[in-house]
Ligand binder design. Sequence first.
Ligand SMILES: O=C(O)[C@H]1NCC[C@@H]1O
Length: 344
Amino acid sequence: MRWSRVVNVVKCHVGGEINNVVTGGIGDVPGATVFEKMKHFRDNQDDLRQLLLHEPRGAVTHCVNYIVPATDPQAQLGYVIAESTEYPAMSGSNTMCVATALLETGMIPMVEPVTDIVLEAPAGLIRIRCTCENGKVTGVEFENQPAFAYAVEVPLELDGYGTLTVDVAWGGMAYVLADAEALGLKLVPDEARDLCELGQRLKTAAAEQIPAQHPTNPEFAGITQTEFVGPLSRHEGVLTARNAVVVSPGRLDRSPCGTGTSARLAVLKAKGLIEVGETFVHESVIGSRFTSRIDRLTSVGDYEAVVPRVTGQAYITELSQVGLDPADPFPTGYTLSDNWPTGH
Ligand SMILES: O=C(O)[C@H]1NCC[C@@H]1O
């Protein structure tokens, strides 16, 4: 065997969402912050993302995280998140997989029954509380950077649908949130392809029509995600709802989505539908669940904001080494529109 590149990958899922973690083979990259390191990967080493996420090694449903040294002394390690079409500032499901991979492979020592860690994401410091039992991480609760609503109940023109009413919010990624019932959607698995097609159109229209520039870091991306929100209900008194997040280029998040849950908490608070500290259970289209709450209120620039805490459980599915044979005709892989949507 001869490989010109090899990385160690801890394959993980949380709530069915495949978010893998590269724990070796990269080393450090330049950058005074993890946000700068993210830009280095994006601008100079995007071939690695393509190698890992494109076929024949990856799939449109995968994300990957690169473990890097932290730049903030408060953090034990940093991570750069790479998805099919972007390097987001933050991701909830990826954070849960990263924390689980780091503790279950011993890169950060596990202390039972609770291990508190601090990691540096491109969005900033993420404080994480992991419950642990018999060497297994049984729950990852992360405190997100503040989430806030850019706009609540604003009109959006969409060809074929007329004028819709939507919300736009930041939860570590920027979301347009659309009411599923108003669109005749139940958020069930059979709707997956339709949700993706409509979701991609919605996010394009929202990005064109509704301003969403992050007030403290104008380099954070504008609207790249659509979140279809299902009706709120109470199960044994606990606020619960389903959602479906459409990740670009047009596939469903299998998990209840951590940044989407954070964005929804901000919108629920802006609409007076949730109290600080109240539990909110968010469910994905495949029925997986995250538990969340608003820990406290804050502000971001001129926006009133919430500090979300979101909990889920991740599982390691495989330990592997992914490599590149220098003669491989697909060193950056390929995408095909049968399962990797194009044209958005
Ligand atoms: O949990 C999240 O925030 C995400 N899951 C995949 C796409 C988003 O980054």
